[in-house]
Structures are given as structure tokens and as C-alpha cells.
Design a protein around this ligand. Structure first.
Ligand code: F6R
Length: 611
């Protein structure tokens, strides 16, 4: 959460920073601000989106070759002009932008107040820049040393960039627990939360490690640890392409990403499946092939949509590989002294690879000796780096805040893992392997077919756009699909929605059903088809409105339901990959019809780096 971008070099800094902030807005959009070195240290900041900052600075001289910008997802202090970053020291000589949380800010603030500091905002960030000023005043060390000393005093997570009025040729950046990448150009450097603001200027990047500080001049870079030891930077080449960050003719990133799924799933399987041989190869976890033969248990930790992918994996791994699986919210796991040992494999699932709760869960599981497999989308992010092994989802950048293609790519990777484990453990026959992999290989084509229902789904959306509540029901692996459908709808359209296992409905939620309640039921022809039909009858008997996701050619549910959306027939294992698509489209259209900001829903951010 919070996006940061900085530039030092020979180009005009403002356009680079503003463009970068637009790209980073998915990380937070409560306020935006920029500090520019332009005949002094000038700060422009405003509550609201980056476009409001642009309006606010119309007509201002925004020249200068060094600057930094921030887009905020509020934690400490409400979204407002005064809580917007950059924040300044008491003497206004220093400015800082920050992503993360300074946990001991309150005790630091008390000490600083007792020494005469006064604060202009309610943020933890302002405390850090005052602390740096205070250290300089108390000890007469230079700015570099003051920053280093201050960072040794703070507890929490940060990615920061600092500018000083007195050192108009230097940016100082540091990270601990929040991502930060440096772009390396010729006589210029960039710094950002992710590579998206950098991509059109340079392909050469350095991912800063935790507890590192970068001292950046236009023609000089020095990286040191916070223990003052010089580090050797590792420059790598970006694989990201500019077109991946653009809408490509779609009205919204979310719609583009929904339509990208046939491609993203293909990318995710590329080089990993060999259908005719009945083989899955996962280079990222192959060192653990032996261990997989003997483990007694897998624990999955994740949050939100990624947790739903974990629930799908529970069905898949238990079904194929016969390994017991437990799926935990990372935020609960980390606070309850979980029983984990070196015999366990913990799979951490995360699109961003930066989610604070999932990171903390990994650390706890590692301390207890478990082997960690990461399933992540963002290459080089903190979670894959903290994992012992893992498999990337390769879905490409997901910009819409509501996760779509990342979810189906996670489910694809987890399907591959389930089959790989089954292969190692001999719990599946060769002919079944060939059958499953042949079907899996064809899933991108079946998703293309699901997408053909778009107009029909749009018509259904029109009928329900004003509903106040929705219920989503499914059984087996259709249950996490129902949860995901409900989450998508509530997060982008603000309609209250609940996902339930269909049979659980009679233990409570059935009381909600009346003639105004739309009930979306995953009712495809699989092992629970007959049972789901009974659940549909229970809804109909209470006058609920049924929107059923059915298998192509279905007649039985079609007669009972008020509306049906067909998906192609496939092995039950692949139901989540197909049934999710119409639910994504339904949420999307309802949200658009309600005039909601689909790509940037209120109060949310793409990468939740705070607990
Ligand atoms: C919902 C959504 C969130 C994320 C959750 C975890 O559409 O995107 O629920 O799934 O915040 O994020 P990652 O996967 O980055 O760990």
C-alpha cells in the first residue's frame, strides 16, 4: 500500500513522477504529493487522486531534475491534505515519503515533543523525519549517518525516500519490509515501489533488500546496510513490457484482465505440462520431490482472493495427492501459536508477494522449521524471496485492484502442484494423468468460450444492479468459487454479498431469502449436481431468484432457475477455473452500471503491506 517514486538525473522530474504516480495509484489513492528540488525544496500535496494534485498544481512552475512523489493508502491519520506525503522536518529542510508503518512512532513522538518538536500531521511518517532532524541536531552527524541511526531506532516496516534542501544532488532511499526498486540509467536513477514507473526509461533495475540504504546521486550509487557495511548491488533486467501496464482499448483494467485469462493461463502452464506423456514439471519445487513423497500434511496461508485459491487447492491436493491440507487466513495463523514442524510444507499464496500478514505467517512457519513454497505473481517480491522454493504464476501485472487473472493463475499453479504431488506419490494412474493434463491444456480455449457469454451476463447484471444483497452458493470446489464471486461483487459494487456452502444455507442464511434475494448457484454437472438441485429447490420454495451457473446443454437446472449462464463441460477438477469467469463478469457489469470506480474501489489497495 502507498506508492512511491523518485527521480534524479538530467530529465524533467515532474512528468516522470506524475506518470509514475498514476501507474502506482493501484497501491492507494487517498492522497498524492510531490517534492521537487526547484530553487529550493518545494512540496505540493493534496487529498484525493493524482488527478486532483495535477489540477491543484496547474500554472505552477514545476521544473527541476530531482524529485519524489507519493500516493497514499491511509493508515495513521485520515486522508487529508495535511496527512498527505511528503512530510517535512520541523525546520522544513528535510522531506520524506514513506510506505509502511512505524510501529513505535508514538513513543518516539512523545520523546520528540519533550524536546520541543511540534507536528503538523497525525502520521507516523512525520515522526521519522523529525527524528532524523533531531539526530542531526543532537549529534552533528551528516544526513546519511542521521538517517542510518534513525532507521536503527524505528520498529516497523518502511520503504522511504528522503530529500534535503541542503543536499540538492542526493536522494536517500531505504527499505525494510516494503518493496523498493531502483532503476539504473545513464547519469540518472529512478526509485519506486515497483518497476511500473521506470519501465520506459530503463530495463536495468536493482531490488533493494531489507535493511539497505541507497545514497543516490545522478552519477553515483552507494548501497549500505543499516549496519554501515557497503553492499554490492545486483543489477537485473526487467521482463515487464509497457503494453502490460496499459488498458489496450478496454474501458477498465479489470475487464482487460478478465479477457487476458486464456493467455495468462497458457503462460502459467508453458513449459510445465506434457499432456501426452502425462507429466508435470515444476522446476521451482523439484528439489523437494522426495520430501513430497513422505509428508503428512500441507498448510496453506494466504489472504482474500488468494485464500480462496488456497481453498480450491485443498480440494485438488486432497483429491489427487491424498495429502491432508489445512487452509488458514495468514492474519489468524500468525497470532495463534500454530502447531507446525519441520515435517510440514507451508504454501504461501500471494499475487503481490508483499502482503504483510502472509509474510509474517511465513516467518513463523520458518522459525518452526517448515519448508515454505511460495505461489506468487510478482517476480522478485518479498514472499518468493522469503520462501525456500516456489512456483510463479506468470499472469503478468494485475492493475485492477480486484483480483481476476491472478486468481485463475493461482488456481492453475495449484492444480499443477496437486498433479505434481500425485505424480511423486503415485496416487494417480498414468491414464488419469494423461486425461487431466490433456483437459487442462484445453482450459484456455474453454475460458474463451466462457467469455462469449459476456453480453448475456450484461443483461442479467442490468436486472440486478440495484439489489442490496446477494447470496452465492456452491458445493465442493464450487464453494470457494461462491466465496470469490461474493468477494468480487462486494468489493467493486459495494453490494452486500455472502458466499456459502450450498448445504449450509439451511442452517441460517435461508432466513434471508425472499422474492428480492438473488441467489447465484454454482450448479454444474458434477458429483454434487443432484444435491445442488435440492438446494435450488429450497431457494425457489422461498421465492428466491436463482441465477445458476450450469454446464452447457443443461436442462434440469435450467427449468428451475430464473436465469442461467452456461459454461463448457470439463473434468470436475477444473470447475473453479471456468465457473469463476461468469462471476467476474457479473460483478464487473453490475459495478459499472452502478457508476462505481471498478479499478480503484473505495478503501482498498492492491498490495496490503500493513497488518
Ligand atoms: C480481492 C483481492 C484481495 C487480495 C488480498 C491478498 O480481489 O485482491 O483480497 O487477494 O489482499 O493479496 P495478495 O494476493 O497480494 O497477497
Amino acid at each position: 500500500m502507498c506508492g512511491i517514486v523518485g527521480y534524479i538525473g538530467y530529465r524533467e522530474a515532474w512528468p516522470i513522477i506524475i506518470k509514475g504516480l498514476h501507474r502506482l495509484e493501484y497501491r492507494g489513492y487517498d492522497s498524492a504529493g510531490v517534492a521537487l528540488m526547484n530553487g529550493g525544496l518545494n512540496i505540493y500535496k493534496k487529498a484525493g487522486k493524482v488527478s486532483e494534485l495535477e489540477d491543484f498544481t496547474q500554472g505552477v512552475n514545476l521544473g527541476g531534475h530531482m524529485g519524489m512523489g507519493h500516493t497514499r493508502w491511509a493508515t495513521h491519520g485520515a486522508p487529508s491534505d495535511r496527512n498527505s506525503h511528503p512530510h517535512t522536518s520541523g525546520d522544513d529542510n528535510l522531506a520524506i515519503i514513506h510506505n509502511g508503518i512505524i510501529e513505535n512512532y508514538s513513543s518516539l513522538k512523545e520523546t520528540l515533543i519533550s524536546r520541543g518538536h511540534t507536528f503538523k500531521s497525525d502520521t507516523d511518517t512525520e515522526v521519522l523525519i523529525h527524528l532524523i532532524q533531531d539526530i542531526q541536531e543532537q549529534t552533528s552527524v551528516d544526513l546519511r549517518e542521521a538517517v542510518r541511526i534513525a532507521l536503527n531506532e524505528v520498529i516497523g516496516a518502511y520503504a522511504i525516500v528522503i530529500m534535503s534542501k541542503d543536499e540538492p544532488d542526493q536522494l536517500i532511499a531505504a527499505r525494510k519490509g516494503s518493496p523498493m526498486v531502483l532503476g539504473v540509467g545513464k547519469n540518472e536513477y529512478f526509485v519506486a515501489s515497483d518497476a511500473s514507473p521506470i519501465i520506459e526509461y530503463t530495463k536495468n533495475v536493482i531490488y533493494l533488500n531489507d535493511n539497505e540504504i541507497a545514497y543516490i546521486k545522478r552519477d553515483e550509487l552507494l548501497i549500505k546496510s543499516i549496519d554501515n557495511i557497503v553492499q554490492t548491488p545486483y543489477i537485473q533486467e526487467l521482463e515487464l513490457k509497457l503494453e502490460m501496464l496499459e488498458k489496450g482499448g478496454y474501458d477498465h483494467f479489470m475487464l482487460k484482465e478478465i479477457y487476458e485469462q486464456p493467455r495468462s493461463i497458457k503462460d502459467c502452464m508453458r513449459g510445465r505440462i506434457y499432456p501426452s506423456e502425462g507429466q508435470v514439471q515444476l522446476g521451482g519445487i523439484k528439489e523437494y520431490a522426495e520430501k513430497l513423497k513422505n509428508i503428512d500434511r500441507i498448510v496453506i496461508v494466504a489472504c482474500g482472493t488468494s485464500w480462496h485459491a488456497g481453498l480450491v487447492a485443498e480440494y485438488l491436493i486432497e483429491e489427487c495427492a491424498r495429502i491432508p491440507v489445512e487452509v488458514e487466513y495468514a492474519s489468524e495463523f500468525r497470532y495463534r501459536n500454530p502447531i507446525i514442524s519441520e515435517k510440514d510444507i507451508v504454501i504461501a499464496i500471494s499475487q503481490s508477494g508483499e502482503t504483510a500478514d502472509t509474510m509474517a505467517a511465513i516467518e513463523i512457519a520458518k522459525q518452526k522449521g517448515a519448508t515454505i513454497f511460495g505461489v506468487c505473481n510478482v517476480v522478485g517480491a518479498s514472499i518468493p524471496r522469503a520462501s525456500h522454493a516456489g512456483v510463479y504464476t506468470h499472469a503478468g501485472p494485475e492493475i485492477g485492484v480486484a483480483s481476476t487473472k491472478a486468481f485463475t493463475a493461482q488456481v492453475t499453479v495449484l492444480t499443477l502442484m496437486a498433479i505434481y504431488m500425485a505424480q511423486q506419490r503415485g496416487t494417480i494412474t498414468q491414464s488419469k494423468l494423461v486425461h487431466l493434463l490433456t483437459e487442462l491444456d484445453n482450459i484456455p480455449n474453454l475460458i474463451e468460450k466462457c467469455l462469449l457469454s459476456n453480453e448475456h451476463i450484461q443483461e442479467i447484471a442490468e436486472k440486478f444492479k440495484d439489489s442490496r444483497n446477494f447470496l452465492f452458493l456452491g458445493r465442493g470446489s464450487g464453494f470457494p468459487v461462491a466465496l470469490e464471486g461474493a468477494l468480487k461483487l462486494k468489493e467493486i459494487s459495494y453490494i452486500h454479498a455472502e458466499g456459502y456452502p450450498a448445504a449450509e444455507m439451511k442452517h441460517g442464511p435461508i432466513a434471508l431469502i425472499d422474492e428480492e434475494m438473488p441467489v447465484v448457484v454454482i450448479a454444474t454437472q458434477n458429483s454434487s449436481y443432484e444435491k445442488v438441485i435440492s438446494n435450488i429447490q429450497e431457494v425457489k420454495a422461498r421465492k428466491g431468484i436463482v441465477i445458476a451457473i450450469v454446464t452447457e446443454g443443461d436442462t434440469e437446472v435450467t427449468q428451475m432457475a430464473d436465469y442461467t449462464i452456461e459454461i463448457p463441460e470439463a473434468d470436475e477438477m477444473f470447475l473453479p477455473l471456468l465457473a469463476t469467469i461468469p462471476l467476474q463478469l457479473l460483478s464487473y457489469h453490475i459495478a459499472v452500471m452502478r457508476g462505481c470506480n471498478v479499478d480503484q474501489p473505495r478503501n482498498l489497495a492492491k498490495s496490503v503491506t500493513v497488518e
